[in-house]
Design a protein around this ligand. Structure first.
Ligand code: NAP
Length: 342
């Protein structure tokens, strides 16, 4: 690998262990001084990944101050926000405040941006002790600096939406893009979404519809979410089941679908998702709480002939697509807005 490629991927910021890329690193160098190919962002707000925030909240017994301490400790220790249990991060918004002379990202000082690369690989320094955050929401007002590499991606924030909404939608923009791609490429007409009333779940339902799917089933956790999802009008059928109970999922879904999208933020949804999927169908595991072993060995053990895809957070055009689904779809807005704490 050339020095240029190594720098573009951020390998020069890895402190430990040597030889890995930033996402797999234990510790990054979060020094705010930038190299010629880097961009520095003055951080305004973090969006913690849903699986990570849930895990931290549960581990801290719901104590917001303890969650805040845990996040601060992770960032100080690791030079990035990567939950050591879930392995996941989130993303951030802020203002570009320095651009190296050879950065290819096309950003200018003063641009208001959302990073579209994970916090798990973004050098991050927090300078305000997260004093403005009560530890009880995924969105974290924060001051500090973050570094983008030559091969990072960022989106200029749209002027017509509140920052908190853009942040929430962009964090999960890979899910609707992956859903649309699967529906278009496989011609799937029936789609089941697990965790359908959540942010990525409702966007995935809307994306499946827009891509041509005709039979949409939304699986939710309880009657309250069922009422909200039914009112949003995004699914043809709404069913209630615990996504971590495979037999309950199979019974609720009844007719296995040609594509299943896993958008819950808890571990243990792999086997239900496989049972919800018809032979020859496709499962997209967007959830960061997914276990590769559970999915692979579970499918083998059920002799299930399904294609299983890891939900890559990046697909070309994913950010614009997700924002457009939000703008154009009242049902999506009705489900996402109450989850966003401005
Ligand atoms: P979210 O808005 O919190 O939605 C998750 C939904 O799943 C919620 O409606 C939740 O219900 C529901 N749920 C939780 N446990 C359930 C269960 N046992 N049975 C049925 N439903 C259940 O989360 P999100 O922001 O959309 O994120 C969803 C997942 O995507 C997370 O795992 C996150 O880590 C992952 N993610 C992946 C990427 C990627 O690049 N692949 C990027 C960002 C996020 P309640 O609200 O009632 O708990």
């Amino acid at each position: 690998m050339t020095v240029g490629t190594e720098r573009a991927l951020g390998a020069h910021r890895v402190l430990e262990p040597r030889g890995v890329l930033p996402q797999a690193a234990l510790r990054l160098d979060a020094d705010p001084a930038i190299g010629p190919d880097e961009v520095r962002i003055a951080v305004q707000r973090l969006n913690l990944d849903a699986a990570s925030f849930r895990q931290l909240t549960e581990a801290c017994g719901g104590d917001g101050a303890a969650v805040r301490s845990a996040v601060l400790s992770i960032v100080r220790t690791r030079g990035k926000m990567q939950n050591p249990v879930t392995g996941s991060g989130g993303m951030l918004i802020g203002v570009v405040d320095a651009v190296g002379e050879s950065s290819p990202l096309g950003l200018a000082v003063g641009d208001r941006v959302a990073t579209l690369v994970s916090l798990t690989l973004t050098p991050l320094r927090i300078t305000d002790d997260l004093a403005g955050w009560d530890g009880r929401s995924e969105q974290v007002p924060a001051e500090g600096t973050a570094i983008l590499f030559a091969r990072s991606i960022a989106a200029v924030l749209p002027g017509d939406l509140p920052d908190a909404v853009s942040l929430a939608v962009l964090d999960v923009c890979g899910a609707p893009a992956a859903t649309a791609r699967v529906v278009q490429r496989t011609g799937a007409r029936s789609v089941v979404v697990l965790g359908a009333a959540g942010k990525s779940g409702c966007l995935s339902l809307a994306a499946a519809r827009a891509a041509g799917a005709t039979t949409l089933t939304g699986l939710v956790r309880d009657d309250r979410e069922a009422v909200a999802l039914a009112a949003a009008g995004l699914a043809d059928r709404v069913v209630v089941a615990d996504a971590t109970d495979p037999l309950a999922v199979a019974a609720a879904v009844r007719e296995p679908a040609e594509a299943t999208i896993v958008c819950v933020d808890v571990p243990g949804a792999e086997h239900g998702a496989i049972l919800a999927t018809a032979d020859g169908g496709t499962v997209v595991f967007f959830s960061m709480a997914t276990s590769f072993a559970q999915a692979a060995l579970g499918a083998e053990g059920m002799a299930a002939d399904v294609t299983m895809l890891v939900g890559n957070g990046y697909t070309p055009g994913h950010a614009a697509m997700a924002l457009e689904l939000y703008r154009s779809n009242a049902g999506v807005r009705a489900l996402i807005d109450p989850r966003v704490h401005a």
